[in-house]
Design a protein around this ligand. Structure first.
Ligand SMILES: Cc1ncc(COP(=O)(O)O)c(C=O)c1O
Length: 421
């Protein structure tokens, strides 16, 4: 069946709100998507039916354990891992700090960490904090001409002292998708641990941690239709020896060894349902995508297969819409679009500036018309500094989600055109 955006939209109650009489159009997906009713129902259902702490010998606690274990299976289908390689936490930033502080305890003779200028601060700050422990932090260059990571520079900064290489799958600032499989390979050939921030990418394509070979991968459910919950993947061989800070009484087995305190159970229930939502999209609209995409093996079955089909179907819907935005914005005289070259992999996230109008004014004017976009640096602050935009208010960012329509994009482009005139 062909992708039916009306079917998708009907599931999101938030899409019905109005601003000054204008229907709200959410272009803020990279900051967090809206939530379908079935996810809201799953959160409520958890609180009504299962609400209890984990590991008890009574009904609700057992139900609660079932929900959490089910969510690990769902998330494993989302990223292609085993369920016990999936841990939950507050958000990616907090989990990244936990990871960095843990790894920083046992580095042996390796004392360099490679981060990048294209990354969100969540995948920079936790590693920069290890300077205090004597680590040298090196930074792979962001190429401001092409809005891509300079792979030669990345390669040249890996060596026998590199302990960790940490990089994103896709940039939340300019939408560039990096060749993470190659970056993991390069990191491993230098003997380093590879850490992937997949927060922005997770809304825009299927993730396969085994295929990537990464040691760790983090993402956040609120970027793909779930509640505010962080997801942590650790490759078994690494995760089992991760010296995570934990309480004396806390289990040392994976995945619990990094899960401090009581988790956000209702959020986890919702995150699990978000995966079901994506799988449903795959089941309905992904029929042809799996066979045509070709990359994902015939051996896939069940929910994993549907999740991949769903991710592919959403992106196939969004990419042509993103291209229209890029073409139209690029044609506006005072607008400058920032992003990778035409043939480079990218998400449907498009950033730009308007000459003489600060990004927050553009966003505020659009907001008055019910067009919700982000402005500033979105914590991709090093990238924005490198683009020389940190003093002038940064970028305006339009992020497409699978519920955006061509009509919404038309409205948006018309308003940007008026502002840029
Ligand atoms: C690429 C990227 N990494 C990390 C984060 C931080 O995620 P969290 O808010 O879950 O800590 C974000 C949030 O926008 C992001 O876009």
């Amino acid at each position: 069946m062909q992708y039916d955006v009306d079917y998708i939209r009907k599931q999101f109650p938030a899409l019905s709100i109005k601003v000054n009489g204008y229907p709200a159009a959410y272009f803020d997906g990279p900051g967090g998507t809206q939530v379908p009713q079935r996810v809201i129902d799953a959160v409520v259902d958890y609180l009504v039916r299962c609400n209890a702490n984990a590991g008890g010998c009574f009904l609700n606690s057992r139900e609660s354990d079932l929900v959490i274990n089910g969510a690990r299976r769902a998330m494993a289908d989302f990223i292609g891992s085993d369920p016990d390689e999936v841990a939950f936490g507050q958000n990616t930033t907090t989990l990244m700090y936990q990871l960095a502080l843990a790894l920083g305890r046992e580095a042996g003779s390796r004392n360099e960490i490679l981060i990048t200028e294209i990354d969100h601060e969540a995948n920079r700050g936790p590693w920069l904090a290890l300077k205090e422990r004597g680590f040298t932090i090196r930074e792979a260059r962001f190429d401001t001409e092409t809005c891509t990571l300079d792979m030669d520079d990345f390669k040249s900064k890996l060596n026998e002292k590199t302990y960790v290489a940490a990089f994103n799958y896709a940039s939340n600032g300019v939408g560039t998708i990096s060749d993470v499989k190659e970056m993991v390979r390069l990191a491993h050939s230098a003997g380093a641990i590879a850490v992937v921030d997949a927060v922005h990418y997770a809304l825009h394509g299927p993730i396969d941690v085994k295929e990537l070979g990464t040691d760790y991968l983090l993402c956040s459910a609120y970027k793909f239709f779930g509640p505010h919950v962080g997801i942590f993947y650790g490759r078994r061989e690494q995760f089992e020896k991760l010296p995570a800070y934990r309480l004396r009484v806390q289990s040392g087995t994976i995945p619990c060894r990094i899960e401090t305190g009581t988790l956000n159970h209702e959020g986890i229930a919702g995150a699990s349902e978000a995966v079901e939502f994506i799988a449903d999209i795959g089941k309905r609209f992904g029929g042809s995508t799996l066979s045509s995409s070709g990359d994902h093996g015939e051996s896939l079955t069940g929910r994993r297969k549907n999740v991949i089909a769903g991710m592919v179907a959403m992106e196939q819907y969004e990419q042509p819409l993103a291209q229209i935005m890029i073409d139209e914005l690029s044609g506006m005289k005072k607008v400058k679009v920032y992003g990778p070259p035409q043939d480079h992999p990218r998400t449907s996230t498009v950033s730009f500036t308007v000459e003489g109008v600060p990004a927050d004014r553009v966003a505020a004017e659009l907001g008055e018309k019910g067009l919700f976009v982000w402005d500033g640096h979105f914590y991709a602050s090093r990238l924005v500094e490198r683009l020389g935009l940190d003093q002038s208010g940064g970028l305006v960012r339009i992020g497409l989600s699978p519920y955006n329509t061509a009509e919404e994009i038309g409205r948006l482009l018309e308003e940007v055109n008026k502002i840029a005139r």
